[in-house]
Unconditional design. Sequence first.
Length: 151
Amino acid sequence: MLQKLILSMMVCIYANAGTLKIDDKISTFSLVNQFDKIHTITSETSIIMVTFQNETANLVNDFLSSKNSDFLDKNHTIFINNISYTPSIIVKMFTIPKMRDYKYDILLIYNKNNKKFIEKEKKISIYFIENGSVKDIKFISSIYELEGVFK
């Protein structure tokens, strides 16, 4: 019960934060993964990949499924999937169970009011972080471009 209260407070704080832009300091925030485990994102993160649509999430999942299970950790990268627009019954019955099959963490955004990350239709939002600040933001739509992010 206490854990849910703390998580709710963190989500409220996180959801009310402004949209990240270039040169913004990235504050520490927390999200839950597909196993309901809380993960805290800190300034040690180098890359944040964010998806908003099923197609882009599938693209990232295809890419990550071809990598070692420690790929995200080795590259100081986190993968966030905004599932706030998916009906909750679909999330509970299909989306989360499918995500639990993956060998890496997928952090989840459930709140429609969360505007921390910029959304572009059919694009993966990639945030490049250096010394705790956003240095660049790219919007990509292919595995080829995703491979280029990690070269």
